[in-house]
Design a protein around this ligand. Sequence first.
Ligand code: C2O
Ligand code: CU
Ligand code: CU
Length: 464
Amino acid sequence: MANPFFPMNRRNFIAASGAALTIAGAGVRAQSRAPIELHTRMTSYAFGSHETHGLVSLADDAPPPVIKLRQNEPAVIDVTNGLEDFTTMHWHGIRLPNAMDGVPYLTQFPIAQHETFRYAFTPPDAGTYWYHPHCRTMNQMALGLTGMLIVEEPDEIGFDQDLPLNLKDFRLDEERQLMPYFTARGAARGGTLGNTMTSNWQISPRYDVPAGGLVRVRLAVTDTTRVHRLVFPNVEGKIIAWDGHPVNEDIAWPTEQAPLWLGPGQRADVALRVPDSEGTELDFTSLIGSRQHSVASIRSVGKSKGRDLAELRSLPKNPVAIPDLDNAKTQELVFGWTPDGNGQNNGLCGSSDYTFWSIDRKPWPGDAVSGIGPVANLDYGKSYILRLRNESPNLHPIHLHGLAFVPLRSNLRTLARNWTDTILLLKNEVVDIALKADNSGDWAFHCHVIEHQKTGLAGYVRVS
Ligand code: C2O
Ligand code: CU
Ligand code: CU
């Protein structure tokens, strides 16, 4: 192979990852359910009256499905690639064995057209997660391939309805055809925003819910760019989970003055009580400037169920190891611009031709590079404080694979100490996060504004 950045051929890679699997002791476990089969494909879809062509999904004329797994139950998911491009699938927020993480070159070889890769893992945590490709990410995610992944608690919590809302924009022209989703101008700034906001691929959908009932709304921002500022006017409810995990500390109910900021990659679960009278409509809104845009609404139907939020069982805690702060080492990581340079468009997963961003002033040079070390080396079982310093005026939802962490403090605001996998850094914000490095492997670590990720703001953390 002429390309010097192409690290290994397919056969070597499979042998190498098989070996790693044995060493890690992460053999495929017995399965209690039939494998879930996912087939990537091109599709068309009508967002309004016109068909949009050239979308990517796992179903014809429909968005990627909501996948449901159960906490502590083995899951097997076979991903077959029907696209001409290579792909992989990543299970965002799930703490799983490294070989199942779906990151090209770092944990697996990209999946070619007509090939199948078997992902097998047992989710240790219940809650709201999501999935997306990690190869040709900019392309495939912007064109639709983002879906929600729900890991159910072993016991019922007591809701009358579960309502996942996959918040994702599309960038469409007047004929409702796709416009370029990557712009150099956007990538060097806040990212390129879409112009058509959707929930579950629908524009401002309305869902019927039982009057007087209790509903769990799972909000997931799977967009490549948009940071939502959410407000739920007149809704009686509370935020019960954050980025998958039940909250440790309360999150203030959002208001127009203090909306809920939810960046790409982040999730919030809202428990709400539907009004008693039939036909009442309530909106979930995202602020665009000071205008409240309805991303979805609910309408009460039927005779009141007369439920009360106090009847809900509290969500059982997930088994995340608490970091030992007294013995934690601190390491700083700086996120910022980088002198404009040419990216190395190597490998099969569509690295960018540009670099604008960096971690510790080193831009990630492309997916298929070899010989690039981790941005942090963590000893297995030890606790760490990572000081995340945003040296830019742009927002960066910083995401770590494979581990959950907790924010400790910020130079700009008070942060609730809730477990997360993605933290939104504000302009010039410095946030200390803490974690226990209890999952070994090379874990991707990047900004979830995909244009930033693909132009340098990416790397990985090694736990060994
Ligand atoms: Cu949600 Cu590395 O990704
Ligand atoms: Cu992830
Ligand atoms: Cu960013």
